[in-house]
Design a protein around this ligand. Structure first.
Ligand SMILES: [Zn+2]
Length: 459
């Protein structure tokens, strides 16, 4: 095998190979975006004289990271609209950034901080107040989301949306905090889930198509800078196939996509999920696409009734009695058509019921050779992990509990906090595991926070 001029040879470095038999190397040959060969400088230079060379000067090189559960397509469309508080060390810093951003925000545009941070990371160990947000941005509309928990809108945002004491809308009005005169203060709570907050955010100005393309390129570059080169996209509410996939499809067409994406389709209409999947099955098939952009299955929302909402500051939700019937209907269709599946599941109590359905429908159609993923699983037991393994599934776990650890401890106690998100037990259960972030509305998109959390005994 001789090297072509297209090959890239990195020498004089410390290469992490992920091969247990040879974990380190001095140099690596990269061909068509993949590690093709690793070894000693002397050998690789001799074998590949034509390759374009870079001397690393002792720097570390890792293979590209893969985020196994993230909402990258949605975030790409919004990244340029957002001020991010990921890793901001103090509330004072966050508010300073907010003030500076408001000052350079053009008329008509908003400042949005949409997740990726929590009070636990801030030196002050507390959330901002509405007074502080209003003082930092008196004129420019501001929307700040904290986890799947609450959002603050400043006075300018309330004015822009026409939200005053007369405001009434089902699902949204009841989530707004009001003062003694019935005037909304700007605080909105995620009850029974985050949808009312998203419905408010959805009214803020959006980017046009070309700006979304630029925004997505910026987001991909930010991810590339952190070493991330591949992602499994878990879609989300308001990310409807194929309408909302135009930006990523266009980037792919232009050859400007710098993160490989496997995407799965997320049911959009509660109670009518089967119709979505039937429609999509006529438009796209699993594995359709290429190495850069490919449909890889259905999920993480298969049916809304099987979705246990993960705000750990609130009691665990119990799935409704209709869940089994609705999930069975959809799974029957998907597994009969060999669609790989993945599903959101936070709690052990939900997991047992959902796995009953997977087992039953899987028994009819066969799960052999079909990739399927159990997502999250913060409180699942070893028995459930072994059950997933027995059924041929894998688990995708994330560090989102790190953003609500104090809330979790307050509700369930210190011992429960030690046991939550049992990564080591998952490893012991022999179930295939993949790490991810679940970015960007709860967790940060920085994969190193997830890696640090996982290897440091979950911080
Ligand atoms: Zn999820």
């Amino acid at each position: 095998m001789t090297g072509s001029s297209e090959d890239l040879l990195l020498t004089g470095g410390r290469i992490t190979t992920m091969n247990p038999a040879q974990p380190e190397a001095e140099s690596v040959l990269i061909r068509e975006g993949l590690f093709a060969e690793v070894g000693k400088d002397r050998d690789l230079i001799q074998r590949h004289p034509q390759a374009r060379g870079i001397d690393l000067g002792g720097a570390r090189v890792i293979p590209g990271l893969i985020d196994s559960h993230t909402h990258i397509i949605r975030q790409g469309n919004n990244f340029a609209l957002e001020l991010r508080w990921d890793e901001v060390p103090s509330l004072a810093d966050g508010l300073r950034m907010l003030r500076a951003q408001a000052e350079r925000t053009p008329p008509g545009a908003w400042v949005r901080v949409v997740g990726g941070w929590s009070a636990d990371q801030l030196a002050e160990r507390r959330l901002p107040t509405l007074e502080e947000i209003n003082a930092a941005a008196p004129d420019v509309p501001v929307f700040v989301l904290h986890l799947y928990d609450r959002a603050w809108m400043n006075a300018a945002a309330l004015r822009a949306l026409g939200i005053d004491e007369h405001f009434y809308e089902p699902f949204v009005s009841g989530r707004l905090e009001r003062d003694d005169f019935g005037r909304p203060t700007g605080l909105a709570l995620a009850r029974p889930n985050a949808q009312p907050l998203y419905a408010l955010l959805d009214r803020a100005p959006k980017l046009d198509r070309e700006a979304q393309i630029t925004s997505t390129r910026h987001y991909f570059r930010a991810l590339n800078a952190l070493g991330l080169t591949s992602a499994l996209d878990c879609a989300g509410g308001f990310l409807n196939y194929p309408d909302d996939y135009g930006v990523i499809t266009e980037l792919h067409r232009r050859g400007e996509q710098t993160v490989r994406i496997g995407y799965q389709l997320f049911a959009q209409k509660p109670g009518r999920e089967l119709a979505d999947f039937q429609r999509w099955h006529d438009m796209v098939k699993p594995d359709q696409g290429d190495a850069l952009l490919k449909c890889v299955g259905a999920g993480e929302m298969l049916v809304a009734s099987a979705y246990d909402f993960e705000d750990f500051s609130y009691p665990r939700p119990t799935l409704g009695p209709q869940m089994e019937g609705e999930l069975e209907l959809v799974l029957d269709f998907l597994l009969a058509n060999r669609w790989p599946i993945r599903f959101h599941c936070t709690y052990e109590e939900s997991a047992r019921r959902i796995l009953d359905v997977v087992e039953r429908v899987g028994g009819r159609h066969g799960l052999d050779g079909l990739n399927w993923i159990f997502d999250h699983g913060e409180t699942i037991t070893p028995a459930t992990m072994e059950r997933v393994a027995r059924l041929g599934g894998g688990i995708s776990y994330q560090n989102r509990i790190a953003f609500q650890a104090r809330e979790y401890e307050r509700r369930y106690g210190t011992q429960a906090l030690r046991e939550v998100m049992p990564v080591r037990a998952m490893m012991a259960a022999g179930v295939p595991l993949a790490a991810g972030t679940d970015a960007t509305r709860v967790s940060s998109y920085n994969p190193w926070l997830a890696i640090h959390w996982a290897v440091s005994g979950k911080g």
